[in-house]
Design a protein around this ligand. Structure first.
Ligand code: 26Q
Length: 807
């Protein structure tokens, strides 16, 4: 984009406003201007997208199809302008036209088509796949409502609908001419004719899948990829003439089903909701995707026999697992291939990433649900399952292993086993997690086909999560590492290590952090009417609320600090501000109680004069991508305190590290690999290791004993029962940790790690007292964060799983 100046953009914006909104620049609202910006950038990307598609076809490149029920994209305007190299020009153009660029950017709604880590990972990988010039397409659903907006009312979470498309649809390009049909229900008729076995699916209900494409710009490349979001529509308005034929109700039903499929993102995170609508969403987007990929392949090559040579489906967890039977269906029923050839193609076209070992998050569908809604898919699944079971029996001759590896068992379809059987690769998302998959969860499958099992440690889009959101730090890195090399070669961050003993650099780093803290404080004052103390340590835990992530452990420690202050109100202490942000799944009662507790605790502490300028607790409402972008550059301490063995990787941990926050954490997920590069001296580790957690569980864990023995812990836990000034008791949370009721007490071992956690926090606060030492640690964190760039992760997928070239 050699010659796009701010003047060119001004002209384009003026024209857009006139053409699309019938408005002059003077009349245009901020919202119209925001959309005009999006449309102008979209036009530029559309041209490049066409060029990219032509190149891929001409050079017959192998393509990656990244399938995910979630893409947590956040905002796109600043990001796209940045990647197109137009951010300064766009800012200038907006100011010249009489608008405040920051206000325009702030107006854009987050595209929250995801819950958390898994969805944000997909978004980061789209950026890297494009920047690395990999021919790739993302596929998902064009949800009308993204993840709910969270309000805190009287300390409790209230969910509100997220109507993101009102303003956010400017990035979407509907492609009705590429509509696909997806069939649900009905029955299968099989017969012999002309010496062939025929399978006919009849009496089905049709849902139309209409692509809405979002262009993805890469950094410093003309390569442009697409995120294809399928919208669901009914084939025809309800037809009254069917009434006389007795088909009216059926038609109405089909109409209603179509309209509801793309309505809303399921808000459960790391927990499955076995609802039939969710299954329909999964099949809807899988079927539309496979059909459209196969259609384009046929147009190019005239056959599906080489499909696996030119295409790979990466499935983001098991949610798109039906890609396996759906591809089999197309190859067999539509293309007329035999089972063995179809199976060869399928098992060389699909790769699966696992994101969890929590048993409540492993997908299993009741077989009757599949039977009823997807009768042909069910037949194919039974065949896959039967043949796989035979192989397992031949290999192990062990009925326990047969059961463990079964795809259909006890009336359920197990999606992870389906992906292992039908895929060419299975990967975990951190070294520790992949080890647990190989040695525990998928041990038997790994024993039979060890070559399938890999690790690809997660990564984040460092252009967004460092350069774009932390311009002060970006400036310093450019000054010290010799320009913008690190943007395409994140390993260049390592050069910062050379400045560890340069007092001026350490001072500059401190000033950058201070400015970011002040900017964030201003934002919180404007939006939440809370005044933060920028002299305090900003100690942050932001992530979905889940018991295994142990926000409650953090809260217990804060209770201790408060009690110490009550015992000795005059004591001098390092001021600390604890910031929380978390959404709870609407049906997850315990998670909602923990949110309430944090708000009660905040209310207590922030109203107690003895805490003034010493202790502060803030629950940030509606944590989301755009809030993270403001918060992370201002953070000094990153809380990554999950029970060891439970957090598959974490990616927030990497974002904080890259922005110079120090981690207080357990040896879980990718924290282990952070420790590998940082050493004990540059982070605050504590707690049981994954193997010790397992041992403690088998040897019989008794939290009651810890409660009885440790008076400090006991006092904090008792405070849960008493509650705080708002009069709410948290006896239920106390019971969950100490006495246990339905389940065993303290499933996530908070009490076992409590003393070690308090000690780690103490070490952290002591370290903060020496600014030079602290800033040096912070610098080392930034310097060594390059391995957590998504570019590195995506290059590993490209080399070891997809076998595609990249820049
Ligand atoms: C499944 C079926 C029905 C309804 C909902 C779901 C569902 C939805 C989302 C199940 C799980 C999720 C999300 C999981 C997730 O975000 N996992 C996180 O993935 C990150 C990226 O790999 C890791 O860093 C985190 O450790 C992991 O928790």
């Amino acid at each position: 984009m050699a010659t796009v100046t701010s003047k060119t953009l001004e002209g384009a914006l003026e024209a857009k406003l006139r053409l699309n909104f019938g408005s002059t620049v003077e009349e245009a609202t901020d919202a119209q201007m925001m959309k005009a910006c999006a449309l102008v950038l979209r036009d530029m990307m559309a041209i490049r997208e066409v060029e990219t598609k032509q190149m891929v076809r001409r050079e017959e490149k192998r393509q990656v199809h990244y399938m995910s029920l979630e893409f947590l994209m956040g905002r796109s305007l600043m990001k796209n302008a940045y990647n197109l190299g137009l951010l300064p020009q766009l800012r200038q153009a907006l100011e010249n036209l009489g608008f405040r660029a920051a206000d325009i950017f702030e107006l854009e709604p987050d595209a929250a088509l995801g819950n958390g880590g898994l969805g944000r990972l997909a978004a980061c990988y789209l950026d890297s796949m494009t920047t690395l010039e990999i021919p790739a397409t993302g596929y998902s659903i064009c949800y009308e409502l993204g993840l709910f907006r969270q309000k805190i009312i009287e300390g409790q979470q209230v969910e509100l609908p997220d109507n993101w498309k009102d303003l956010g649809d400017a990035w979407l390009m509907p492609k009705p001419q590429e509509t696909e049909e997806v069939h649900f229900g009905g029955n299968i008729r099989e017969f012999w004719a002309d010496g062939h076995h025929h399978v006919v699916h009849e009496n089905y209900q049709t849902v139309l899948a209409i692509p809405c494409d979002m262009e993805i710009a890469g950094y410093e490349t003309r390569h442009t990829n697409t995120l294809r979001l399928w919208d669901a529509k009914s084939p025809a308005p309800v037809d009254m003439s069917l009434f006389s034929q007795g088909e009216y109700l059926k038609a109405t039903e089909a109409h209603a089903m179509a309209e509801v499929i793309a309505k809303v993102l399921y808000p459960e995170d790391n927990h499955i909701e076995g609802k039939s609508l969710r299954l329909k969403q999964q099949y809807f987007f899988v079927s539309a995707t496979v059909q459209s990929v196969a259609r384009r392949h046929l147009e190019t090559y005239g056959t599906l026999k080489n499909f696996h040579e030119k295409n790979v489906f990466q499935v983001n967890d098991t949610h798109p697992a039906l890609v396996i039977p759906e591809l089999m269906r197309l190859l067999i029923d539509d293309a007329g291939l035999g089972w063995d050839e179809a199976w060869y193609i399928t098992t060389h076209s699909v790769a699966y990433t696992n994101h969890t070992v929590l048993s409540e998050a492993l997908e299993r569908w009741p077989q009757d649900l599949i039977q009823r809604n997807l009768p042909r898919i069910w037949q194919i699944l039974m065949e896959i399952s039967g043949r796989w079971q035979e192989r397992v029996e031949d290999f192990y001759h062990d009925s326990a292993k047969t059961e463990d590896m079964a795809i259909i068992w006890g009336g359920q379809v197990r999606m992870a086993n389906l992906c292992i059987a039908g895929g060419m690769a299975v990967n975990g998302v951190s070294g520790l997690h992949s080890g647990i998959l190989k040695k525990e969860l998928f041990r038997n499958a790994c024993g039979m086909e060890p070559w399938k099992f890999q690790n690809v440690t997660n990564g984040i889009d460092h252009r967004r999560w460092l350069s774009e959101i932390n311009p002060g730090l970006d400036r310093m890195i450019r000054d010290l590492t010799g320009g913008d090399e690190y943007l395409l070669h994140p390993g260049a961050l390592k050069k910062l290590d050379d400045y560890a003993d340069d007092p001026e650099v350490l001072q500059r780093l401190a000033e950058i952090k201070r400015k970011n803290k002040e900017a964030f404080s201003g934002y919180v004052r404007r939006t939440q009417d809370v005044v933060l103390n920028p002299d305090a340590i900003f100690d942050v835990q932001v992530k979905r609320l889940h018991e295994y992530k142990r926000q409650l452990l953090n809260a217990l420690h804060i209770i201790i600090l408060y009690q110490q202050l009550q015992d000795d109100p005059g004591r001098t202490m390092q001021p600390q501000t604890f910031l929380f942000g978390a959404k709870a799944a609407p049906g997850y009662a315990v998670a909602k109680r923990i949110i309430h507790l944090i708000n009660s605790l905040a209310d207590q502490i922030n109203h107690d004069p003895i805490c003034k300028d010493k202790l502060q607790v803030v629950f940030l409402e509606n944590y989301r991508v755009s809030l993270a972008e403001r918060l992370i550059p201002a953070s000094e301490v990153s809380q990554q305190i999950s029970t060891a063995g439970k957090e598959a990787s974490g990616t927030g941990n990497m974002k904080f590290m890259m922005n110079g926050a120090l981690t207080v954490g357990t040896l879980d997920g990718a924290n282990v690999e952070m420790h590998d590069v940082l050493g004990d001296e540059n982070m605050f580790l504590f707690g049981l290791h994954a193997d010790e957690v397992a041992e403690l569980r088998v040897s019989g864990y008794l939290p009651q004993r810890l409660y009885a023995r440790d008076p400090i812990l006991r006092r904090a836990l008792d405070q849960l029962k008493t509650g705080f000034r708002d009069g709410v008791s948290y006896e239920d949370l106390f019971a969950r940790l100490v006495t246990g009721s339905n389940s065993a007490a303290d499933e996530y071992l908070l009490l076992a790690d409590f003393a070690a956690y308090c000690a780690a926090e103490k070490r952290m606060v002591e370290a903060y007292a020496d600014p030079a030492a602290w800033n040096r640690m912070s610098l080392h964190n930034i310097a060594r964060s390059g391995i957590f760039a998504a570019d590195r992760a995506v290059a590993e997928y490209a080399d070891r799983i997809w076998h595609v070239d990249h820049r």
